[in-house]
Design a protein around this ligand. Structure first.
Ligand SMILES: [Zn+2]
Ligand SMILES: [Zn+2]
Length: 480
């Protein structure tokens, strides 16, 4: 937590996990992951266009060098075991920082395949390394954690799990973000790569990352020596399932795909008193009202319209009774951006405006401005994205690999690039193509990620996830 005026150091450093946890238990950044109106709008247009051109996919077998590893036949041969792993993980979800069972399941699976496995990295993180001669070191990351959501999918294998959270409250747990699908596909890919070592060369590094949903697991693993105790990869790859794309398609975003997210708390101080004697008071409710309106001018008047940015005041609290002017008012904000310069400008302007509005009202002391839980924008290396996209188009068909708009949500996959490694995340469509078409035609929104009703169209989504991962790995490591 950083206080009023000390912007420089708060921007430069990430807070400790403990501090992040405390703040999260009250008004967690996770619950503030809202889509920005600007992005949503353009995404909607694009998806409407997609709905009209989309042709249901049969993944085609490529005649290229990576056929043996990434082919339909290879994927089909392991699909039953991948699906049963998925169902097992789906039935047994674990909250962030509590992924012990999940992590040991992943570690056991990799060990059986011949990977050198290390566990307990940055909490429940694990790494499996498969050395296979000279060549690039490529990392493939999956997340391990689930969410406090009560599953309402009606599936036979729906989660029934409930646990006590850190505050002692009884909470349901569900893989509502699809990390179970990521893990199962990741293990399937690890299997195909291990079984076909003669077709590629290099070092494969499988990263099982905990605590993505609290945006803390990647940095915890890096602090615990992920890129020093193990080979530092030349590339890091990941997929995420996508509730806005039909199964069989893959979305890509060159450059920024996820936003910087900062949570800000502002306490405005006044001088309380009787509501009928305002002349004896300095009313913090009036200062807060003016502050909120002035904050709204930062994005509209100070930021280049080409730079996406959001300031949302999501919470305002002050006062107890109609005839009492309170002593203080508290505001809570979420601030989102892509470019670091824009992020710094937004945060600096918030301090400037909050301070100036209090000063204008003659407040007895300046407001306290605190910054919590920074998450950094994910940037997909454009050259790597282009190379991967070309390979994926050959494998999945031109029409099934589509550029999609970036999102104003957060994703700590950004940390790997911040640690100096070019990285790219692809988005694997998870919606039954028929339901997707129907939803677009009727305008009814589909269950999004984190919804209690989110369930991927399992087989085609899983197959496309594995096809994406194996194709990407073989593009970088395959023998030619
Ligand atoms: Zn999530
Ligand atoms: Zn996720």
């Amino acid at each position: 937590m950083k206080v009023f005026g000390d912007l420089g150091s708060s921007l430069g450093s990430r807070r400790t996990e403990d501090k992040i946890e405390i703040v999260n238990s009250g008004s967690g950044i996770h619950t503030l992951r809202l889509k920005g109106a600007v992005v949503k709008q353009s995404r909607k247009r694009l998806l409407l266009a997609l709905a009209t051109i989309f042709v249901p996919t049969i993944v085609t077998t490529s005649a290229t060098a990576y056929g043996q590893v990434a082919s339909n036949a290879a994927i089909d041969s392991i699909y039953p075991q991948v699906e049963s792993l998925y169902i097992d993980i789906h039935r047994n979800p674990e909250l962030s920082r509590r992924e012990q069972r999940t992590a040991s399941k992943m570690a056991d699976g990799l060990r059986q395949l011949g990977y050198e496995v290390t566990t307990g990295i940055g909490g429940n993180g694990l790494v499996g390394v498969l050395r296979n001669g000279s060549g690039p070191t490529v990392a493939l990351r999956t997340e391990l954690d689930a969410l406090p959501v009560e599953e309402q999918t009606g599936l036979a294998y729906a989660s029934q799990v409930r646990v006590k959270d850190d505050s002692g409250a009884d909470v349901p747990v569900m893989h509502a973000c699809g990390h179970d699908l990521h893990m199962a596909a990741w293990m399937g890919t690890a299997t195909l790569m291990a079984r076909n070592k003669s077709t590629w060369t290099g070092t494969l590094m499988m990263i099982g990352q905990p605590a993505e949903e609290t945006v803390s697991g990647a940095s915890a693993m890096l602090r615990d020596g992920l890129f020093t105790r193990f080979p530092k990869p030349d590339y890091v790859l990941a997929i995420h399932d996508d509730s806005d794309l039909p199964a069989g398609t893959v979305g890509f975003v060159p450059g920024y795909s996820h936003a910087n997210v900062d949570a800000v708390a502002i306490t405005i101080y006044g001088r309380g008193g009787h509501g009928a004697m305002p002349q004896t008071t300095i009313d913090p409710i009036v200062i807060a009202a003016r502050t909120v309106l002035a904050l709204e001018t930062i994005v509209s008047r100070e930021i280049d319209p080409h730079d996406p940015a959001i300031i949302t005041v999501g919470s305002i609290h002050g006062g107890t009774k109609s005839n009492i002017i309170p002593d203080e008012v508290k505001l809570q904000l979420t601030v989102r951006s892509y470019r670091e310069e824009v992020r710094k400008h937004l945060l600096a302007s918030i301090i400037r405006i909050a301070r100036a509005e209090s000063e204008a009202a003659g407040a007895p002391q300046p407001p306290k401005v605190e910054f919590y839980d920074p998450a950094y924008a994910n940037y997909n290396d454009p050259a790597l994205t282009e190379r991967m996209t070309a390979a994926l188009r050959r494998r999945l068909g031109e029409a099934n690999v589509v550029e999609i708009p970036s999102k104003m949500v957060s994703e700590d996959f950004s940390e790997y690039r911040r640690a100096g490694v070019p990285s790219v995340m692809f988005f694997v469509g998870a919606v039954d193509p028929a339901k997707y078409k129907e939803a677009k035609a009727s305008g009814t929104p589909l269950p999004s990620l984190h919804s209690s009703k989110f369930a991927p169209d399992l087989k085609p989504t899983m197959e496309t996830a594995m096809a994406t991962e194996t194709t990407a790995l073989m593009e970088l490591m395959g023998k030619r």
